[in-house]
Design a protein. Structure first.
Length: 82
């Protein structure tokens, strides 16, 4: 299954609890789109959040994030991983 890195901007001040809640919201419905969210990272100072997932398409990732209220600003395929 392809992997994707999505990026969220404008989340300055996000806390660990808020990141965990957003990630858990994605996990709760990810099976509906056959997405597997692997990990999420955040930089509260810059407001940038990154999420790594396996999914059938970038659109599947986009739909999950939109439904949980935190749409991704960018979604990039990750074709090579070491």
């Amino acid at each position: 299954m392809p992997e994707f890195m999505d990026v969220h901007h404008d989340m300055v001040g996000i806390t660990a609890e808020e990141l965990r809640a957003a990630h858990n919201a994605d996990l709760a419905i990810q099976d509906e789109e056959r997405v597997d969210f692997k990990q999420a990272w955040a930089d509260p100072e810059s407001g940038v959040v990154y999420c790594l997932s396996e999914a059938p398409s970038a659109d599947a990732v986009r739909r999950i994030h939109e439904r949980t209220g935190h749409p991704a600003d960018e979604i990039h395929p990750v074709p090579l991983v070491v």
